[in-house]
Structures are given as C-alpha cells and as structure tokens.
Design a protein around this ligand. Structure first.
Ligand code: 4AD
Ligand code: MG
Length: 640
C-alpha cells in the first residue's frame, strides 16, 4: 500500500486540506491518506488560537468522513505528550502499517522551516516527501535551506515528488477569523460535517481563543478557556481522573485531568511525571467553594515542557535545615519560603513608599568604603587594586553628607559584617535601610522610627494576608504594633532586668536574652534610649545632661525578636569627633571628608538603621533571619 501522511494542526480542518490530500493522492496514486492532527504543531507552539486536541480530533474525523474514501485519521500525535512530526510518529506508523510505502505530504512553505524538522535527516531516511507547491510559495528558497543544513542529496530527495496546485483561496487563519466572527458564508469553507461539529460544540463562539493567565487571577476567567504555565506540585489519581496540583509562582491550583479528554497515552505518561516537571495546561477554570483558592481547572490539553530529571530532592517531607540551606535554590519553591519572599517584597515596597511619601530623598551609599563605620572588629577587607577597601558596614556616614546636601535622605542596600556570631539574628550580608535627617534630635529620630515601623508592619498585615496564613503566623502581636511605643532609658531597662532577678552588669550592651526579658514587659516594640557611651559608636552625640551617655536608641521588637533598629543623634562638634576618632584608634585621613561635614555648616542631625531581614523574619514569625533573604550568607555558608 502507498500511504500518504498529512500532518497539521487541523485548526480547523478545511477544504484546503482536502484539496492537498487529493492532489497528492492523484499525482502519486496513493491508496489512502492518513490525516494526523499534531499535538502541538512545532511551528506554532504557543498559538493562543488553538482548539483543544479533543476538539481538533473530532473536527478532523468529520473532515475525513466528508472527504470520501481513502481518508483516515490517526490520533497518534495527539496521544503523545512530546513534540510533533518526529521519527517516533513514523516508526509507530510503520509498526501499524507494516509493508506500506510512506509518503509525507508537506506544503512547500514548510520545507525550509528546518528548526521544526529537528529530525529531518532521519525522517528523510525513513519516508518519501511529497511537496505541495503553490504559486506564491518559494520552494527553491526552502530547498536551498535543506541543502545547506542537510546536504544536496537531501534536497534532491525532497524534490523527487513535487505536486503543483492552484493558490489557496482562503488561508487557515482567515478561515478561523470568519468562523469566529460568524462571517456570512463561513460554512462554505469547511466540509458540512466539520461545520456541524463547530456549531454543535459551539467551538469558536465558546472558548476557542485561549487567554494566558496566572493562578492568582484564575477565578476572573471562570468559564473561559485559559492557558497556565507552571510546575507539577503533586498529583493524585483515581481511575479516569487525575488531580494534578500545579504551581506557577503566583499560587497553587488543583487541576482535573480527565482520561477521555486528553487521551489514553497522555494520561498514562502523566502518571509517571515527577514533582517539579514543567507543564503547560489549557482548560476552563470553574469556581468551587471547596477548592483551595476557590477555583479549579478542568484540563483539556496539556504539554510537558520539561519532565523533572528524577525524584525532586526537596520532596514534601521534612528535611534538616542544613540540607535545605544547601538546596536553597530549590527550597525557594516551597510554599513557606515562597511566602516569606513575598512578604519581603511587600516590606521593601512599604519602606520605599514610606520615605517617598515623606519626601526623603533616596541617596545610594557606596559598597566599597575606605573606613569603618561600626567598629573595626567586623570589617570585610577586600583587595582594591594595589590597596585595600572594606565592604560597607553602614551607609550612615554617607547619609550624613547627603543630609547636609538635601535635608531628609535615606539609603537602602546591602551591608556587610564579618560577624563571627552564630546567632539566629546575624548574617554577614544583610540589607539595611538608613534614613538620616538634618535639623533633628534624638526625639525626632524616635518619632520617625515608631511611625515607620507602624507603617511597614501595617502594610504587611494589609497586603500579605494570604502569605501570613501560609506561614501560620498569629497576627495578633503584629496588630498591636501601634504608636506610641514605650520609651525607656537604658538605666530603666537595667533596673527592669534587676527587678526581674536577672544578673546584668550596668554598662554592658544588652544581649539577646536581656532584650527578650525587657520586651516581655510590653505589648509592642519598646525603644531603649540613652546608652552608656562605650557601647555605642564613635559618632554618637553625648547627652548634654550626662556625658557618660550617648543619645542613641535601639528599638526592640517583641516575641523574642530583639533589636531591629539602631540609631540616634550624631555628634556635631569637630573637636569632639577628632578626639573620638583618636580614642577609637581610627585612621584620621580616612575620616577627613567626614570631618569636613563638621567644618562647613554642622547642624544637629540623626537617623537610624533598620535591618530588613530581622524585620521580615519577625513579621513572618520565622525563627531565623536566614530564611528572610533569598541566598543567605552567614559565618557558616556562602553557597549556593
Ligand atoms: O545597630 P546597627 O549596627 O546600626 C548601624 O549600623 C547604624 N549605622 C545605623 C544608622 O544609624 N544609620 O545596625 C542597624 C540594624 C540592626 O538594628 C539590625 O536590625 C541590623 O541593622 N543588623 C543586622 N541584621 C542582620 N545581621 C547582622 N549581622 C546585623 N547587624 C545589624
Ligand atoms: Mg545595633
């Protein structure tokens, strides 16, 4: 038997397809032509204008029935999940029709589309090609491409059977357009059987054009056909139906895959798919109160873009933290980590909006710095050509310069501390936002700090409800983050510790357990101000009432979180700062520029720094700051 193979999207099948089959049949004396609707015609992989495989199969069958004897339909391509027009198809057809001579019928316009014919060389070895040429098609150009890629012999084989036809009256695209718009006479473009299917199923009026959407917006498209792209989260099947959970970065949705809709083979292969395989799915969303997110997707078509290579390393069971951190690049996909980074995003936006609305100017501070800001013990030194530089510990000194230029300013960026601390609050690289105000004293700094924290936490509560739910965060303590915050002096804090029976030596910095003990006495963040000068940095202004104290403030968050903000009023006096720099054994030359700020119009000013990761970890109720940054750097870890 001489069998012709006519592949295509058949979207919809029309008289042009019939004419092509008939022309090839007559020219080569083919006994039959098999129409093969493609799962995904390779030259239009993402066409939004594609009816479901099920619907296309039905229409193609109607075409074959209308077309008379010698026409058959094969669902072989539709039942496969992979690409179309491959050697697999041919080999499968060989098995089905042993002894047949196979002729692959293609349009001359596709001859040169070699990227869609990845296996063209192998195909040429297996089958003969019948090229249907039409006025307007540039067969020679196509053959030149074939010759270039596959050699002259291949091009010659392609030229063996060329059938010439009159020009096509109406293109597939035009046929679709007319049907969709119900233009008069569209029924004449497709055989009556096909027209009946289109009308009976209301194919074009209903849901032919697929809109691409995301899971978070799925409900808005209830009843319309959509496409989702994402990754397989989990699946559970029973009989003819598989529930497949797809996640796409905006959410997770339960999809329902019906064996009859997608075909036997697709359905079987689906069962073997591992978690995190990449998929495209098409179907119709349906609202359902019981479904998570209130919506489900009835799938009519799916495509495996990239099957997972094996069992996903971070499966749904529990893993140790060290393992998870070493797989941070994958751990990011887990629902809780996903939620944390979404909260981080919102917090960053809240911070920027807060300062923008208060007309603070964003001034970026450098990362390479010539000197220390927060003490010399935790500096990262880096080679800087023939010298050394330090990664910034704080942008503050630069913000002081900027405040004298612009008034109210802030910076927000990465900050580095070579801290050997192994606590759950320390990173070696973290993000800090640092506002600085000219003409401001300690009280102004505290006013700004409480207004700022209230705004940031409030915004996360308002806009991250779903994420906080995923994180199982009890939001009651966050709802109490309201002005005014209690303000106590360091002296009062120490007295409070002593009253509680804590052994604490006056003059020391507060440790984490001390901060927790103090914060237990308050239902919201507490501000501790006026610190022994020796625990604060060289730039802090002394309390005019008591030279032993620095006009500094720490804001301690509740629930054992501890310090999230450190700041205060800065020293304005040149001689005092020169003396401080000497006492702290800092290199004076490196600070000359900073001292200039006191030489030219030194005015009272102050500000603070808020640690982004501590704040995000607090809002998310995560124990450790390392989960609040995408790729944490700690004393233990700088990879992945
Ligand atoms: O208290 P710090 O060291 O203050 C300063 O750097 C000032 N120069 C800020 C200023 O006034 N402009 O740091 C401020 C905040 C801390 O309260 C904490 O939230 C965070 O930065 N922070 C850290 N976060 C994570 N890991 C670390 N190693 C951190 N060190 C400080
Ligand atoms: Mg501090």
């Amino acid at each position: 038997m001489r069998t012709g193979l006519l592949g295509g999207s058949f979207n919809p099948p029309h008289h042009g397809h019939l004419a092509m089959a008939r022309a090839a049949q007559a020219a080569l004396g083919l006994d039959r032509v098999v129409l093969i609707p493609a799962a995904r015609p390779p030259h239009k992989p993402l066409s939004p204008d594609m009816a479901s495989p099920h619907d296309r199969l039905q229409m193609t069958r109607a075409l074959a029935a209308a077309g008379g004897p010698g026409l058959e339909v094969s669902a072989i391509e539709l039942e496969r999940l992979g690409p179309s027009y491959t050697i697999d198809t041919i080999q499968e057809l060989r098995r089905l029709h042993p002894g047949d001579e196979l002729y692959f019928i293609i349009g001359a316009d596709t001859v040169g589309e070699l990227p869609t014919w990845r296996e063209a060389a192998r195909l040429l070895g297996e089958v003969r090609f019948v090229v249907v040429n039409r006025p307007g098609f540039d067969l020679e150009a196509g053959l030149a491409v074939v010759a270039d890629r596959l050699g002259a012999a291949a091009a010659a084989r392609m030229r063996e059977h060329v059938v010439t036809m009159p020009p096509q009256a109406v293109s597939s695209t035009e046929v679709r357009r007319r049907i969709r718009e119900d233009a008069p006479g569209w029924r004449d473009l497709v055989p009556p059987g096909v027209a009946d299917v289109i009308q009976a199923e209301r194919l074009y009026g209903r849901s032919f054009v697929t809109t691409f959407t995301t899971i978070d917006r799925l409900a808005e498209h209830a009843g319309q056909r959509v496409e989702l792209r994402g990754w397989l989260y989990k699946q559970r099947g029973k009989g003819k139906i598989t529930f497949l959970h797809l996640r796409d970065g905006t959410g997770v949705v339960q999809t329902i895959v019906n064996r009859e809709q997608v075909g036997e083979q697709v359905y079987e292969r689906l069962k073997g798919l591992m978690q995190e395989s990449a998929l495209k799915m098409r179907g119709t969303p349906r609202k359902d109160e019981r479904a998570p997110g209130g919506v489900e997707l009835d799938v009519d078509d799916l495509e495996v873009v990239a099957p997972a290579a094996g069992e996903y390393p971070i499966s749904l069971q529990e893993h140790g933290i060290d393992f998870l951190l070493s797989k941070r690049h994958l751990w990011l996909r887990s629902s809780k980590q996903h939620a944390v980074l979404r909260v981080r995003n919102e917090v960053i936006k809240a911070i920027r909006d807060f300062f923008y609305e208060k007309r603070f100017l964003l001034v970026d501070a450098p990362i390479f710095t010539p000197s220390a800001c927060e003490g010399t013990t935790n500096l990262f030194e880096v080679k800087y050509f023939d010298e050394f530089a330090y990664l910034t510990q704080s942008g503050q000194l630069y913000m002081e310069a900027a405040a004298m230029a612009h008034g109210n300013v802030y910076c927000f960026g990465p900050t580095f501390r070579a801290e050997r601390s192994k606590t759950r609050r320390h990173l070696t690289e973290f993000w800090m936002v640092e506002p600085e105000m000219a003409w401001a004293g300690l009280d102004d700094v505290m006013d700004l700090a409480e207004e700022f924290l209230e705004a940031v936490v409030g915004r996360a509560l308002e806009r991250c409800k779903e994420d906080l739910k995923v994180l199982e965060r009890d939001v009651a303590p966050l709802e109490r983050v309201r002005r005014p915050f209690p303000r106590i002096t360091y002296d009062e804090a120490v007295k409070l510790l002593h009253d509680k029976g804590h052994a604490f030596e006056y003059g020391n910095d507060l440790g984490a357990p001390d901060e927790t003990a103090i914060s237990e006495n308050f239902d919201r963040p507490v501000m501790i101000h006026r610190w022994p000068q020796q625990v604060k940095a060289f730039y802090a202004r002394r309390d005019p009432q008591n030279d032993a104290l620095a006009l500094a403030v720490d804001v301690i968050a509740p629930e054992g979180v501890g310090e999230v903000i450190g700041g205060g009023e800065r020293a304005v006096d040149l001689a005092f700062l020169e003396q401080q720099i000497a006492e702290h054994k800092l290199p004076k030359e490196a600070f000359e520029w900073y001292l200039d700020l006191r030489r030219y119009g030194s005015v009272p000013h102050g500000g603070f720094g808020l640690g982004l990761e501590r704040t995000v970890a607090w809002i998310c109720g995560r124990e450790h700051v390392r989960e609040a940054i995408p790729f944490p750097r700690t004393i233990y870890r700088k990879d992945p």
